[in-house]
Design a protein around this ligand. Structure first.
Ligand SMILES: O=C(O)CCC(=O)C(=O)O
Ligand SMILES: [Fe+2]
Length: 312
């Protein structure tokens, strides 16, 4: 089964009807689509082809940027899943970050790749600011004016994901990336035309988010779920591999700075409503997810609810 998410034209100002359908999407699914986002087909095609060259390097070469290296930008197979590997590019200087991976992997800089990532990262940064403003606006009148400054130190990073399916795909679905929630405020995902991204409904059913040409997927992350006092959902999602072909995606995570104390403002909680999260320091939550076995990336058992929820 698949879910048809609403599509928002991000190049146009939002009117009251788009704000109210955005609000429904954030509450019900924590997922929606955007179009007219300014990422050309040409840019995503070129990025895909440059990234494939990196992922096609022998694994002993890729390990030069792996978890035991100095740069630590490459996540090899068998960390999140046997079929998943990724390369991280950190902002705001996406160019420098891409150059350091390229230097570690190829012993030379690759300015074509780094230029592309700088362009992609800067566009994602702009898009995140626009989307975030709309997402805050949907939580109350003039909230974007009152509360946008809380998000002024947000930062972004990219994860370029490569999924290689097992030799033979049988009837059973193979998880390329297990069920998880994102640690971001919002995430913007480019998925190629293979499909496989799924969101878990409130009833616990896995629903396909089918790829649509020229659209990007946006999802609410744990930090926004906490800041909105649980109004907006950081949905569990995963990637399944059904075809015997590689799948490519690029996720951009827009996050609070590590020092930020995440705490829903009184007005966001609303009079008479209970506060469902204790205040927490963003960096502590990131550490909890990265370092505790239970909190790990692909294991959804422990998320912001277990970390800071008041209903425990
Ligand atoms: O590959 C995708 O489509 C989604 C990836 C994802 O959920 C993530 O990187 O957090
Ligand atoms: Fe994710």
């Amino acid at each position: 089964m698949s879910v048809e998410l609403p599509v928002f034209d991000i190049s146009q100002p939002f009117n009251s009807s788009s704000i109210s359908s955005l609000s429904v999407a954030c509450r019900e699914w924590g997922f929606f689509h955007i179009t007219n986002h300014g990422i050309s087909k040409d840019l995503s095609r070129k990025l895909h082809s440059c990234a494939s060259q990196i992922f096609n390097l022998p694994s002993e070469v890729k390990h030069k940027a792996g978890p035991l290296s100095d740069v630590k930008t490459y996540t090899p197979h068998f960390i999140a899943s046997p079929f998943y590997e990724s390369l991280r590019v950190a902002g705001p200087d996406f160019f420098a970050s891409a150059q350091s991976s390229s230097q570690a992997l190829l012993n030379q800089s690759n300015s074509e790749f780094s230029d592309m990532l700088q362009e992609y990262g800067s566009k994602m940064t702009q898009l995140s600011k626009t989307i975030l403003e709309m997402v805050i606006k949907c939580q109350g009148n003039d909230f974007e004016i009152k509360y946008l400054s809380e998000f002024k130190n947000c930062h972004g990073y990219l994860r370029i994901n490569n999924y290689s399916p097992p030799e033979c795909i049988d009837d059973q679905e193979t998880e390329g990336l297990g069920m998880h929630t994102d640690m971001s405020c919002i995430t913007i995902v480019y998925q190629d035309d293979i499909g496989g991204l799924q969101v878990r409904s409130k009833e616990g059913k896995w629903m396909d988010i089918n790829p649509h040409e020229n659209t990007l997927v946006v999802n609410i992350g744990d930090l926004m779920q906490a800041w909105s006092n649980g109004k907006f959902r950081s949905s569990e999602h995963r990637v399944v591999l059904r075809k015997n072909v590689n799948r490519f995606s690029v996720a951009f995570f827009w996050c609070f700075e590590d020092e930020k104390v995440v705490f829903a403002p009184e007005e966001v909680v609303g009079e008479g409503n209970l506060r469902v999260y204790k205040p927490f320091v963003c960096g502590e939550y990131v550490k909890f997810r990265e370092n505790s076995e239970e909190g790990k990336f692909e294991k959804v058992g422990f998320t912001v609810k277990q970390f800071a929820g008041t209903e425990m």
